[in-house]
Design a protein around this ligand. Structure first.
Ligand code: PMP
Ligand code: GLU
Length: 391
């Protein structure tokens, strides 16, 4: 059969060579499976099962009815940028002027915007592994070359130094880490800031899980003066407020840089819909009321799942510092176990190897289903085990 593309010019290499997103593709498979009648329990996508607070929804509704339905200022509504600067100050201690904040459609686009701003053709960017699946592809979309840096348990300063070449332009750090749930300690962040100064690199610091922490505080790259000067901060309302579908995030940049980078927003999205931004202002206003509740809910779910999984032969599971992810070690082929659980238990997880080679031998479980569904999934997993003989 002829491909629908035969006889047409070939697609741009930037798209045809791009690896599909393992996280998004799994969500699509689940959607299709459910449409066909399967009752799959989805422990694969980082989409918290939180209904957006009704007050946030009402704020957006009022804004739509009130006429916030036009093009708006590309950098974002001044009131939202002010609120984000205050939120940043409170969490990381870093001082940002509203002018240093750019509002984006989600953290993913904040990442792409940051990379568009600092990566040129052939530039290298160090990306963490295991790490979120979109880092490498976003670097490629900007014409750059991702260089994987293994950091499962720690950042090896010598390995970072060894990976740097004349072409290295930036390093991406993510803390708390997707997929491991680890918080990068302050000394590791400080060491990276030092290396970035020495080699004159940008740091892209992805902190989208910084509000879902348990006992340890997050160390922020922008907290020190040296870090603040060369860090582009990626953040989002998705995970903190259960607002993944609203597509609302931001980028905080070193002073003076926003005026340059906003041109990318002018020529691409123009702006985030203003009524969505109004919802973001309301979400930040409600932070103290709603976020601690979400935090304690995820903490309980994590602890319960660690307890249940730890009893299973061939699984080694520790409590995460943050996020709603668990990243247990499994004594077997992670991709085969994830496939078996999906095919035979209707429980969707992701193999650790989807997050890069150093993630192999692990599974990522996203505890973003109801407590009831989670119990069902844990019971099925406990019964089936990892399905390979262990010694
Ligand atoms: N960074 C990390 C580490 C993530 O896991 C995600 C999840 N999608 C994002 C950024 C972007 O999220 P969003 O675009 O929904 O804000
Ligand atoms: N970040 C989430 C995840 O890792 C959502 C999907 C995505 O954007 O990759 O599952």
């Amino acid at each position: 059969m002829n491909s629908p593309l035969s006889g047409l010019p070939k697609l741009a290499e930037r798209v045809s060579s791009l690896k599909p997103s393992a996280t998004v593709e799994m969500s699509e498979r689940i959607r299709q499976g459910r449409a066909a009648g399967r009752k799959i329990i989805g422990l694969s996508s980082g989409d918290p099962n939180l209904a957006t607070d009704p007050r946030i929804v009402e704020a957006a509704e009022r804004a739509i009815r009130g006429g916030e339905t036009h093009y708006s200022t590309p950098a974002g509504l001044p009131a939202l940028r002010e609120a984000i600067a205050a939120y940043e100050k409170r969490r990381s201690g870093a001082t940002y002027d509203a002018a240093d904040i750019l509002v984006t459609p989600g953290g993913k686009f904040a990442l792409l915007t940051a990379l568009m701003g600092v990566v040129g053709p052939g530039d290298e960017v160090l990306v963490p592994e295991p790490g979120w699946v979109s880092y490498g592809p976003c670097v490629r979309l900007c014409g750059g070359k991702p260089v994987a840096l293994a950091m499962l348990d720690r950042i090896d300063v010598q390995a970072v130094e060894a990976a740097i070449t004349k072409q290295t332009r930036a390093i991406i750090l993510n803390s708390p880490v997707n997929p491991t749930g680890r918080i990068l300690p302050e000394d590791e962040i400080a060491a990276v800031v030092k290396i970035a100064e020495k080699h004159n690199l940008w740091i892209i610091f992805d902190q989208v899980y910084a509000d879902l922490t348990y006992d340890r505080p997050v160390a922020f790259a922008q907290a020190s003066e040296a870090g603040r000067a060369r860090t582009l901060v990626v953040d989002s309302t998705s995970k903190t407020f259960g607002m993944t579908g609203w597509r609302l995030g931001y980028l905080a940049v070193p002073s003076g840089f926003a005026k340059q980078i906003v041109k990318f927003l002018q020529h691409s999205i123009y702006c985030v819909p203003p009524f969505i931004q109004v919802a973001g202002i309301e979400a930040l206003r409600l932070y103290d009321e709603i976020v601690p509740r979400y935090r304690s809910m995820f903490r309980k779910r994590l602890a319960r799942s660690v307890e249940a999984l730890s009893k299973i032969d061939g699984i080694e599971c520790h409590m995460s510092d943050a996020t709603f992810y668990l990243f247990p070690k499994v004594a077997g082929d992670d991709a085969a176990i994830a496939k078996r659980w999906l095919d035979t238990l209707d429980v969707a997880t992701l193999p650790g190897s989807s997050f890069g080679g150093p993630g192999a031998g692990h599974l990522r479980l996203s505890l973003t289903v109801s407590d009831e569904e989670l119990e069902t999934a844990l019971t099925r997993i406990a019964k089936a085990g990892i399905g390979v003989p262990t010694v």
